[in-house]
Write a protein that binds this ligand. Sequence first.
Ligand code: XMP
Length: 506
Amino acid sequence: MQKIIILDFGSQYTQLIARRIRELDTYCEILPYNKFPAETEDVIGVILSGSPYSVNDPKALEIDLSPIRGKFPLLGICYGAQYLAKNDGGTVESSNTREYGKARLVWHDNQDPLMHGIRDNSVVWMSHGDSITHTPDSFHNVGSTADVKNAAFRIGDEKTWGVQFHPEVYHSEDGLIILGNFVRDICGSNSDWTPESFIESTVERLREQVGDDKVVLALSGGVDSTVAAVLLNKAIGNNLTCIFVDNGLLRLNEFDDVLRSYSDMGLNVIGVDAKEEFYNALKGETDPEKKRKIIGKGFIDIFDREAHKLKDIKWLAQGTIYPDVIESLSITGMVIKSHHNVGGLPEKMNLRLVEPLRLLFKDEVRRVGRQLGISPTLIGRHPFPGPGLGVRILGDITPDKVRILQEADHIYIQALRDWGLYDKVWQAGTILTPIRSVGVMGDERTYENVVALRAVNSTDGMTATWTPLPHDFLAEVSNNIIRKVRGVNRVVYDISSKPPSTIEWE
Ligand code: XMP
């Protein structure tokens, strides 16, 4: 399959470049800046990303461009463009007017293939402190902004371009057209990266990889593990066994509902009721990190035990997706992921790993899931943390607190669906606080718990803003929870965004 290689110099936007190129139905891979592959048969073009460094920095990241320049179409973005200029004898200087944010681009060459269909004066997103102040004679200036003369250039007749702005960022109005011109017209992509082609090639590859071996997979009820399971099932049928563990911290009825829908999909799935084990292990524990560790370890132990009851298992399948893979490649080492639920499982089980989704972004997982015929309700489910309601019951966990939270949460989530709000919210959940407050019900004084409702909008969970749900809706939910859930006499709405708050309360 054709591919574009994105060499990563550490920019916060590198993932976004890849997502945008995938949106153009073209497969691409992010590689560390100095790891251009020796095997280039399928490579149709190369992109040099931005970077937190300046090209003039003594620690600037440098590469040998000789295997790339003139051999593949090449686009340098921001640092990538400045690196191309400096490499050819141009001058890059720290600019007096640091350009951040929106600027308007004026194109100088209507014939340039990178700019077909771009409106003059369209907004582009700038984010750098350096600027190319002098370009060699071989450079052809194709676009400027008010403050940056060499905003876009082509080098001679080579298929090499540089842009000092970020076409991949959504604020760049015609950014996707620029990337489309590069990927389709200049690199010649035939747009063969589609859910259908992914499914076909993955099923074939899985059959080759796994052969007649037996595979075990942990289902969580979430999108990634479900899509991974359905793909593997398509490839190897009943040689795949899925295990779904009830840790007692799932949503109301979730264990039964999800198990039923997995069976309906034809998956070979074992449900394990381990509620008591988890409640016993968690008894009296109030420290959030320790609770997470207990839940994580409990899961690994139970999964390991159940998997060993099966015969001849050779492989462990996981629903790892591309952002996790990229993170582990991170060249600057700045990103730290703290939510590895099943980290440690492969080591413990000593099985070979198969990860059918490791090349996909989340939105691509959903597209593949839809193509595989998985129900829209399952595909559209909000993210749910591995430790489940365990991080939404503040303080120690008891079966009765789980019951209270499950009932309140069910009313909230069902109301979101009934009001047509569920799909407009990225994630919603209910939190049981350890605070008790005084209330009055009928003639009786009550002294019961406070429940908090949370809803956020986000694209990847890294940042999030609280969702302004309609007041009428909140009033109805609050009313119903207080009326119907024994143990709750007050409901509050969380109006904190991330950062500085997090999405989960623990
Ligand atoms: P925070 O609370 O860090 O959450 O803002 C960001 C996103 O990650 C989810 N989350 C988890 N997911 N295991 C998971 O699989 C975890 O331990 C975990 N903790 C938080 C959270 O629900 C949100 O979507």
